[in-house]
Design a protein around this ligand. Structure first.
Ligand SMILES: *[C@@H]1O[C@H](CO)[C@@H](O)[C@H](O)[C@H]1NC(C)=O
Ligand SMILES: *[C@@H]1O[C@H](CO)[C@@H](O)[C@H](O)[C@H]1NC(C)=O
Ligand SMILES: *[C@@H]1O[C@H](CO)[C@@H](O)[C@H](O)[C@H]1NC(C)=O
Length: 406
């Protein structure tokens, strides 16, 4: 990766959005799976393995199963070929599978992009192999024109975007045709577009029909009532950790009760360990154990009408209840609040409890961190919150929203 840096930077320089352009709109849909909870947790766990690995040569990205992911639709090449890609604020590389994919390619939902059919493809044949906890994707770095936006009036084409033209991948990205990194590094879409900021609003998991819009550039803004802002924290160490959007989380409350979590539980340490990141590409929030145990105990104490059970085997989540029934429905849960430096994020009951369709169990959609990586605010907890990443101002802003109306 290091040897390709100079090439990447020179390509990056030509891809900046024209000043004055209002930015780029991309549709965001959720990928559905019948095994939502188990697959999502499994994928998150693999991702955690990758994050805690000893290699620092490549940014960390996806785990193996793609359920629980949000997909953004974009188009590559000239003429443009549309494809859905996992939207991931926890990594940088943009990639899609390239024809000819003779052996190691996974089945993707859209036709393969063929560099030979595009007039704007170029490459220097520099290879990459982006490895994950149990998955990988390998190919050559290349440059292309990318087109964003669904309707012609909305469309923006940007030439010279560096991306990974994958020629072989493990079979771990089912349901997508690749991935778009939205992290802080030089290869991410945000950085390459010089977008400065971007926003998204994730539609609820149970909502199988709505889509929402990811906005990159100056049109990304929050005008909602109840906007709060908190600064990003920068990890002083090397890749992949400096890709992440760290936040300063100072405490958690359930209803009006502040949980007794040590003040430094989520602190980013001088050696780059610890901290908490916000990630669109991870589903279930994972918290450092000292905090998770407090959240778990507080939720357990509130649920008195259903038996508690360890759902680890069925769902990967250890605090489950039920199964609920029509005569014994899940109780109404109060909101949970994440107290960030400067702003509180309110997480309604439906965004931290999940009904697993397979087992029928009703579970706390959070886990304990067991591998020493950062805590992660996952996308299940980000449902129905309008979120703005302002890379220029180095702040995250957010407000409660009904994302299906965006
Ligand atoms: C890249 O490899 C292809 C196929 O081997 C070759 O045709 C092309 O000339 C190479 N391009 C560069 C810039 O080296
Ligand atoms: C990429 O790396 C993975 C993990 O090290 C390895 O299993 C795989 O074979 C590599 N792929 C290629 C094409 O080199
Ligand atoms: C990928 O998805 C297809 C279609 O849903 C399915 O038939 C196939 O078994 C899946 N492959 C894996 C490895 O999950």
């Amino acid at each position: 990766m290091a040897s390709s840096l100079a090439v990447l930077i020179s390509l990056v320089a030509c891809a900046t959005l024209a000043s004055g352009a209002s930015g780029v709109r991309v549709e965001l849909t959720r990928l559905h799976s019948s095994r939502l909870v188990r697959d999502a947790v499994r994928r998150d766990m693999y991702r955690r393995l990758a994050a805690s690995g000893d290699t620092v040569s490549a940014p960390v990205s996806k785990g193996p199963s793609s359920s629980g992911e949000y997909l953004m639709t974009l188009a590559i090449g000239t003429p443009p070929l549309s494809y859905p890609a996992i939207a991931d604020t926890g990594s940088d590389l943009i990639w899609t599978q390239c024809a000819p994919c003779t052996d190691q390619c996974f089945q993707q939902p859209t036709p393969l992009y063929n560099p030979a059919s595009s007039t704007t493809f170029s490459t220097n044949n520099q290879t990459y192999n982006q490895t994950y906890g149990t998955g990988w994707t390998a190919g050559i770095f290349a440059s292309e024109t990318f087109t964003f936006g669904s309707s012609p009036a909305d469309q923006t084409s940007v030439p010279g975007i560096t991306f990974g033209c994958s020629l072989a991948s493990s079979n771990d990205f089912n349901g997508s045709s690749g991935l778009v990194g939205l992290g802080r590094g030089s290869e991410s879409l945000v950085t390459q577009l010089g977008a400065g900021k971007f926003s998204y609003c994730l539609t609820p998991f149970q909502d199988t029909t709505s889509t929402s819009t990811l906005l990159l550039g100056s049109s990304a803004s929050l005008n909602d009532a109840g906007v709060g802002s908190t600064p990003f924290v920068t990890n002083p160490t090397m890749e992949p950790m400096n890709t992440y959007y760290y936040l300063d989380l100072t405490g958690i409350s359930l209803d009006t009760t502040a949980l007794s979590i040590p003040a430094d539980a989520f602190a980013l340490k001088a050696d780059g360990t610890g901290g908490l990141i916000i990630d669109s590409g991870t589903t279930v929030t994972s918290l450092v154990d000292v905090a998770y145990q407090q959240v778990r105990a507080a939720v357990l104490s509130l649920v008195t009408t259903l038996p508690a059970t360890d759902g680890s085997a069925a769902t990967g989540l250890d605090l489950c209840f039920g199964p609920p029934s029509s005569t014994s429905p899940p109780p109404a849960m109060p909101s949970m609040t994440f107290h960030f430096n400067g702003a509180d994020m309110v997480i309604p009951g439906d965004s931290y409890m999940v009904l697993d369709p397979d087992s029928g169990l009703w579970c706390l959609a959070m886990r304990s961190l067991t591998d020493g990586g950062p805590s992660i605010l996952g996308n299940y907890q980000q449902q129905n919150i309008h979120i703005l990443y302002d890379v220029g101002q180095q702040t995250l802003s957010f407000a409660p929203a009904t994302c299906s109306t965006f």
